[in-house]
Design a protein around this ligand. Sequence first.
Ligand code: ZN
Length: 88
Amino acid sequence: MPAPRLRSRSLRKVFSKVPGGRTTIHYKKRKPKTARCGNCGALLKGIPREFPFRMRSMAKTKKRPERPYGGVLCSRCMRQEIVNKIRQ
Ligand SMILES: [Zn+2]
């Protein structure tokens, strides 16, 4: 039975094989949820699902697509938004 603090479901279990052939359980933090479109809620592509400390050391160009509304809207909503802006 693991220690009470490790029985929480907020930690994920990682089974890892140790050199002796035994399998041990490592308790790791869960990754944050994937980024979603601010308009339709679709999963955004091109955005890594990483911890903030890892995102901080990443280049800006690796964190979101380089286009208008990149990292905020999905490509389909971005196209619609640009059309709406011009039609005004
Ligand atoms: Zn969208």
